[in-house]
Design a protein around this ligand. Structure first.
Ligand SMILES: Cc1ncc(COP(=O)(O)O)c(C=O)c1O
Ligand SMILES: [Zn+2]
Length: 463
């Protein structure tokens, strides 16, 4: 009940600190926010939410980045690099191709460490300082570890990150390493890493900064504030729908919380709340399964696999917060194949926006939902892209073209350039790459086959 869009603002309980407290979303138990360390409810182990007696209005926001929204955060300012204030790109060619009234891409890869996780960490590490803890830790598919390492370093704190061995993109480990986190590679998947780090946190060994920590989601909530403000400024109205990749469903929960708080304060009408639409990879889609089957609970998937390693997650811990968000806003969820993700990554890149595979899932999902008619041509849509291209150089290289070796001679280079400008120069490169790649069936289905046949025909004439 407490997660209804229409739930009214509450008055502060006795345990509140300056109008801020923690509340269990299952049983309603309330706790002081900064006296003890807790991540879930003492009574029923339910998820906790940060609550305010005075939810924010748009008029109160001033400054730039995450801390512009401090009227809706537990502190005035945090450990900052700074973060937020990311671009909301127009995508005219993609919009035309997909067939939509409006399409904008909110590129969270433009945060200081290259993902939206920075928004959560600037608040989370500030809370860690308030609590006086020594050692910070997280389980991660990569981006959380990069952000925690950087913000921990900024805050002068020790950090420990647990990663699934062999399943983290190169750029992310490089960041955690250089920012001097201790990197523990676990012989298991992300969900096993989270099990272990939760055990360590329960033993008091570490302060947990995964999105199970309700303060992380406070920072991520600012993505919602920022999108609404920017969209309104440009068009005089809010977007109809926000489409985002889903792993642990932290962002889905956080955006929904941003909307609920604006509705509570009277800044936003219930009818103006965008439809939250989640996208998962086919090989890791427990949330989609729950939404599509109308289940109230999410079944843990023990085996998960996808090229989008950031969302290779089988047990989305924030599902109890995110499912009501999708349902109560009239949104939906859909899964996409790895081939569809790579195609969307190329689509974004073709308009200058470089993202990692998990991020492209939002655009892949949009295309699919337009094809099925679940998203209408008259909609204004914002897709969230969560991480930067350079996070996963291997995936970028596999999706893009190869460097061409040339002789150290201008004439020879010119000859090579002209030879390569024939329609099949570049195409042959893509086809030979595709033949080595598990993506071949999709590329063929996607129309490359037609081009390839044409190319062979042309080539056989020339030979
Ligand atoms: C790039 C990227 N996209 C999406 C996600 C999933 O986000 P969430 O856990 O909020 O659903 C993650 C985090 O795991 C990520 O790193
Ligand atoms: Zn409870």
């Amino acid at each position: 009940m407490s997660l209804e869009l229409s739930a009214p603002a509450q008055s502060a309980p006795a345990c509140a600190d300056d109008g801020v407290w923690l509340e269990c979303i299952e049983c309603g138990e309330q706790f002081a926010p900064f006296e003890d360390i807790r991540y879930t409810c003492d009574e029923c182990d339910g998820l906790l939410e940060v609550r305010y007696d005075d939810p924010p209005t748009f008029d109160e926001f001033e400054g730039r980045g995450v801390w512009r929204y401090n009227a809706g955060l537990p502190f005035e300012v945090g450990v900052t690099l700074p973060e937020g204030n990311t671009p909301l790109h127009e995508m005219p060619r993609l919009r035309e191709d997909i067939g939509l009234k409006r399409l904008r891409v909110k590129h969270e890869g433009m945060n200081p460490t290259g993902s939206f996780k920075d928004r959560g960490m600037t608040v989370g590490v500030r809370v860690a300082k308030e609590l006086g803890v020594g050692r910070l830790a997280c389980a991660s598919t990569g981006n959380t570890s990069a952000a925690l390492a950087a913000y921990g370093a900024r805050g002068g704190m020790e950090t420990l990150v647990l990663l699934p061995s062999g399943k983290v993109a190169a750029g992310k480990i490089a960041q955690a390493s250089l920012h001097n986190a201790r990197i523990l590679e676990v012989d298991g998947n992300f969900d096993s890493c989270l099990d272990i780090v939760q055990d360590l946190a329960a033993k008091g060994e570490v302060y947990l900064l995964n999105s199970l920590n309700p303060f992380r989601l406070e920072g991520q909530k600012t993505i919602g504030f920022e999108i609404l403000e920017e969209h309104y400024e440009d068009y005089g109205e809010y977007p109809d729908r926000i489409i985002l990749p889903v792993g642990n469903a932290g962002n889905t929960s956080a955006l929904y919380k941003a909307f609920r708080e604006l509705v509570q304060s009277g800044a936003l009408d219930e009818s103006e709340v965008p439809k939250l639409t989640g996208v998962q990879a086919e090989g890791a889609a427990p949330m989609v399964e729950a939404v599509r089957n109308g289940n109230d609970e999410v079944r843990r998937w023990d085996e998960v696999e996808t090229i989008a390693t950031a969302i290779r997650i089988g047990n989305p811990v924030n599902a109890p917060k995110a499912l009501p968000g999708i349902r109560n806003t009239g949104g939906t969820a859909i899964s996409v194949s790895d081939e569809e993700i790579t195609a969307a990554q190329r689509d974004l890149a073709a308009e200058g926006v470089g993202v990692e595979p998990a991020s492209a899932a939002s655009v892949a999902g949009l295309r699919k939902l337009r094809e099925t008619g679940e998203v209408g041509a008259d909609e204004s849509v914002v897709c969230l892209t969560t991480g930067h291209l350079l996070k996963d150089p291997d995936a970028a290289f596999a999706a893009g073209g190869d460097p061409e070796p040339v002789p150290n001679d201008t004439e020879a280079v010119l000859e090579h350039i002209n030879a390569g400008s024939s329609p099949f120069g570049r195409l042959s490169q893509q086809v030979s790459k595709a033949a080595d790649s598990p993506l071949l069936p999709a590329l063929v289905g996607g129309g490359l086959a037609v081009g390839y046949l044409g190319y062979r025909k042309l080539r056989s004439k020339l030979e």
